[in-house]
Design a protein around this ligand. Structure first.
Ligand SMILES: *[C@@H]1O[C@H](CO)[C@@H](O)[C@H](O)[C@H]1NC(C)=O
Ligand SMILES: *[C@@H]1O[C@H](CO)[C@@H](O)[C@H](O)[C@H]1NC(C)=O
Ligand SMILES: *[C@@H]1O[C@H](CO)[C@@H](O)[C@H](O)[C@H]1NC(C)=O
Ligand SMILES: *[C@@H]1O[C@H](CO)[C@@H](O)[C@H](O)[C@H]1NC(C)=O
Length: 471
């Protein structure tokens, strides 16, 4: 804090100057700003006569007269061609001098001199230090990946006075170098370089260059994103280990990280050209129909200006698809199974209602429903049993059931729509296919009938349902 130092200097040295001229021994100013060099003539007894006031720069050297004030002859600034200097309030007791638009060259010792009678010349000196705010900048250094440390970022605090300080912050492992250059104008340029092993992982990482200087209110923080150039890093993705004969659409993706960007991709099979049924489009390889032709090693080669890199993958063509189901498949299957159960329940209820209606018709009873004979409880129990025992073939399928009312048909249609299978065709397991076929039946009624299918497949379905229910 310049002002603190300044006050400290002033109070300590003002006492030491045991005479009539009072100045601030040390003054700090900023380049481009205004500074005031204070100077008073103190004469409590008023027995000294001042005849002239003069400011001299570099009194022990060049002795350059800057400003003269004489009550008779006026005020003069001998060397001030740009009108940067003037007395704040020219008088014989106050010689304070104002300097505008400070230059680095204004730095130096200024002597405030009073010509008096009878005591002769009296003077006091001020040390004016001109501080220069550094111009800060930072940038990444373009480097190619490698194994030994090199400068990856540079930060500069140019033309500062006193020299600025630079520190680095960030998670990039490395060291900083510091270089100070003295400029002709008395300022210093500080250059710091950050050294790190330029691995491809550093590409895009950021470093903070923090510049501190007494002319800066708060440290200047410069964010620098590192740029490391490296040849492509290639991985082939998308192989699900389930390329079976006649599978429609199988694909591979060439996943590449590179800086600069990839300029071209090339695909190979067993080190040579691709078979006819295989299409390569940039980073994507597509097989429309899997045959034994694609049983082999596929390679993707990506190039950028730094080189080319190849990754390979062995494709095994299976005679039959793998049976293992994925978790997602199980969940989707579970949902479908739940819908199937719901459909069966609704069907059962409908059958039950229809049976009631039929029995009503059989009795020919015109009385309100409340007076009907007790519902065929036995039938309900039987139905429930039937459900539990998975023996739907025993359900007495009344012909009347097929003549469902419009309302009921709509209900069924809604359910059927809801249960339409969604998702990837390829992922559809044989079981799901079965479910899908099952739901494709034109008449919702068939859902009930379909349920009564041969034992083995039915078993499978139930097994699967319970699995799904627990998910
Ligand atoms: C300037 O000097 C005159 C005469 O010495 C004095 O009356 C006046 O108060 C001074 N003004 C300032 C701003 O010091
Ligand atoms: C003036 O002040 C500066 C900064 O405090 C110091 O480096 C320099 O030595 C001083 N000059 C003289 C002549 O005392
Ligand atoms: C940093 O500098 C130290 C000592 O100069 C050296 O041992 C170390 O390997 C350097 N680290 C890096 C990342 O350059
Ligand atoms: C497919 O390739 C594997 C080796 O990757 C080989 O063991 C197998 O016999 C090949 N199958 C056919 C049908 O060519």
């Amino acid at each position: 804090m310049p002002s603190m130092e300044l006050i400290a200097f002033f109070s300590s040295l003002a006492v030491a100057v045991a005479q009539h001229v009072k100045v601030e021994p040390a003054v700090f100013g900023y380049v481009g700003n205004q500074v005031v060099l204070r100077c008073q003539f103190v004469d409590p007894d008023s027995n000294i006569e001042v005849t002239q006031v003069t400011w001299v720069k570099d009194p022990s050297g060049a002795k350059q007269n800057l400003a003269v004030h004489n009550p008779h002859f006026g005020t003069n600034y001998p060397v001030d061609t740009k009108e940067r200097i003037h007395f704040r309030n020219a008088s014989l007791t106050d010689a304070s001098l104002v300097i505008d638009h400070l230059l680095m060259t204004d730095d130096g010792i200024y002597s405030c001199e009073f010509a008096t009678y009878p005591e002769g010349n009296q003077e006091a000196a001020t040390n004016l230090t001109v501080l220069a705010k550094p111009r800060t900048s930072g940038n990444p250094l373009l480097v190619s990946s490698g194994k030994s440390p090199v400068p990856v970022a540079s930060c500069i605090a140019a033309h500062g006075k006193p020299p600025a300080s630079i520190i680095w912050r960030g998670t990039v492992p490395g060291n900083a170098t510091m270089e100070l250059t003295q400029n002709a104008d008395g300022t210093t340029t500080v250059t710091s370089q950050y050294q790190a092993v330029p691995s491809s992982e550093l590409d895009g990482m950021t470093l903070e260059c923090v510049v501190t200087h007494q002319t800066l209110e708060r440290p200047d923080v410069i964010n620098i994103a590192l740029t490391i150039h490296y040849p492509p890093i290639v991985t082939i993705e998308g192989y699900d280990d389930n390329w079976y004969l006649d599978r429609e659409h199988a694909s591979l993706t060439c996943n590449v990280k590179a800086n600069p960007a990839v300029t071209s991709y090339r695909w190979y099979m067993n080190g040579g050209d691709l078979p006819s049924k295989v299409r390569a489009m940039g980073h994507q390889l597509t097989v429309d129909q899997v045959t034994y032709q694609v049983n082999g090693t596929f390679s993707c080669e990506a190039s950028n200006t730094l080189g080319k890199t190849r990754d390979s993958i062995n494709i095994l063509v299976r005679e039959v698809p793998l049976q293992s189901r994925s978790t997602t498949g199980a969940i989707v299957g579970g949902i479908i199974a739940a819908v199937v159960i719901l459909t069966v329940l609704v069907t059962a209820v409908l059958i039950f209602r229809q049976q009631r209606k039929n029995s009503d018709l059989d009795t020919g009873d015109d009385e309100p429903p409340s007076h009907k004979p007790p519902p065929p409880r036995a039938t309900l129990t039987e139905l429930a049993k039937v459900e539990m025992a998975e023996k739907m073939e025993t359900v007495p399928l009344d012909t009347a059931y097929f003549e469902t009312t419009g309302e009921e048909a709509n209900e069924m249609t809604l359910i059927q729509r809801y249960s339409e299978p969604e998702g990837d065709e390829d992922l559809k397991s044989p079981l799901e296919m079965e479910t899908g076929d099952y739901l494709e039946q034109e008449n919702p009624i068939y859902t009930g009938v379909q349920y009564a299918e041969p034992e083995p497949e039915h078993r499978k379905s139930q097994e699967f349902v319970s699995k799904g229910m627990f998910v």
